[in-house]
Design a protein around this ligand. Structure first.
Ligand SMILES: Cc1ncc(COP(=O)(O)O)c(C=O)c1O
Length: 411
């Protein structure tokens, strides 16, 4: 028999490497938020979550729920097939036309997750002799797409466009097609890329541009149309706009917006679309209802921006380290070590706020954080209390903890 560890030993060893000791300290993850809220209500208290990316308060909106119920009645729960061969439903086309029109693109294609959209589109497009240049803080789904191709993939320093230019100068001439990948609003740091400068580089070096607008769709720009609207540029300058239904639209699923010809090609060839079930018609109908509310009520976007700015300002005044956050829906509070981030999250929970720590996964080990997702439905008084609870926690932790946080804030 060949040497090797059992699967159970393998899993145990890998879990330990991934940070089992964090779990042993008390597990703040996989918390049943609905149950937490229910328990709190039973005791006459409230529990407010800052862990959900329901930016515009649409996930629980009555019209969205009604659309879902109506779709269950007419179409059932699942698409029951790949759309190419039996899974196509009226709600799919309606949602895709709605998304394309809202975002200023010719066409759109939905997939069952945003993760799959990135992974599948990138790996489908790029091949041997091609070049992918991506921001170093790109989401795991982008990296998974890069890893699944034979193209050369090079990371540039986060939001450093001089570094992007250097990568293009060094490598563009030796490659066939080139794809540059950035996010509209970075999911762990809450900052945005300089799109106009990226478009200047695009004209100079001739590359395709993919922008993952998972967190910027519904958030940036006066009416939530994302990064292009924020900068006042033509949305079609972004060749591939990847989005998700799971954040602003409060549902689940991903999409890609592009030109008519590109989407038509993807419809017949994109493996994550062709070889996977169509989006649930219930989800498609409810996401469309949410999109219609977003379009009809841009004041939700304005309220989100106001709440986000308010949180960011209070946090900075309290000496908390929000890093480079733009002040748009995603706002991290960065801690110096694991102990303090875990303790802060626990302190928030006792004050009636759920905001789990992010440590080891998707962020540098030396910059664990609590990532606050702001909603237009958050009350100002809750924002004040959350920031106050964090400040109290740091002060109660003694000088050294407060000093450490301030030290990092000053960096
Ligand atoms: C930047 C980014 N892209 C893609 C995704 C994946 O989207 P989904 O959750 O719809 O699969 C996420 C998820 O959080 C994300 O943050």
């Amino acid at each position: 028999m060949k040497p090797g560890e059992s699967l159970a030993e393998h899993a145990e060893r890998r879990k330990r490497l991934a940070g089992k000791y964090i779990l042993d300290r008390g597990n703040p993850w996989f918390v049943e938020v609905d149950q937490l809220k229910f328990e709190a209500a039973k005791r006459g208290r409230s529990l407010v979550s800052f862990a959900n990316y329901d930016y515009l308060g649409l996930a629980e909106h009555a019209s969205v729920k009604m659309a879902a119920i109506a779709a269950v009645r007419t179409s059932g729960v699942g698409a029951q097939g790949s759309r190419l061969v039996g899974g196509e439903r009226r709600a799919h086309g309606a949602l895709e036309r709605g998304l394309a029109k809202f975002l200023g693109h010719e066409a759109c294609l939905t997939l069952v997750s945003g993760y799959l959209a990135n992974q599948s589109v990138i790996s489908h497009l790029m091949a041997h002799n091609d070049l992918i240049i991506y921001d170093q803080f790109s989401h795991n789904s982008i990296r998974a797409g890069n890893a699944a191709t034979k193209a050369t993939a090079i990371a540039f320093r986060h939001n450093d466009l001089a570094d992007l230019r250097a990568a293009l100068e060094q490598n563009r001439a030796n490659s066939r097609n080139c794809l540059v990948v950035v996010e509209g609003l970075y999911s762990m740091d809450g900052d945005i890329p300089d799109l106009p400068e990226i478009l200047r580089l695009k004209a100079e070096f001739n590359f395709w541009l993919l922008v993952d607008e998972a967190h910027s769709f519904g958030v940036l720009g006066g009416s939530g149309r994302g990064l292009s609207e924020h900068f006042g540029t033509d949305p079609r300058e972004i060749d591939l706009l990847i989005g998700t239904l799971s954040k602003t639209l409060g549902a689940c699923g991903g999409f890609v917006c592009a030109s008519e010809g590109v989407v038509e090609w993807l419809k017949y060839t994109l493996s994550g679309f062709v070889y996977s079930v169509g989006l649930s018609p219930v989800i498609a109908a409810s996401a469309l209802a949410a999109l219609e509310i977003l379009e009809a009520e841009p004041q939700r976007v304005a309220r989100l921006r106001e709440n986000s700015n308010f949180f960011t300002r209070l946090a900075r005044e309290a000496g908390l380290n929000v890093g480079v956050a733009e002040g748009a829906a995603v706002i991290p509070v960065i801690f110096p070590d694991l102990e303090s981030v875990m303790g802060a999250s626990e302190a928030l929970l006792s004050a009636g706020y759920y905001a789990p720590p992010i440590a080891h996964v998707g962020v540098p080990k030396n910059a664990p954080r609590i990532r606050f997702f702001i909603s237009c439905e958050h009350e100002k008084r809750d924002i004040v209390k959350v920031v106050q609870a964090l400040q109290d926690f740091i002060q109660a932790g003694g000088e050294s903890s407060a000093e450490k946080v301030k030290l990092i804030a000053a960096q």
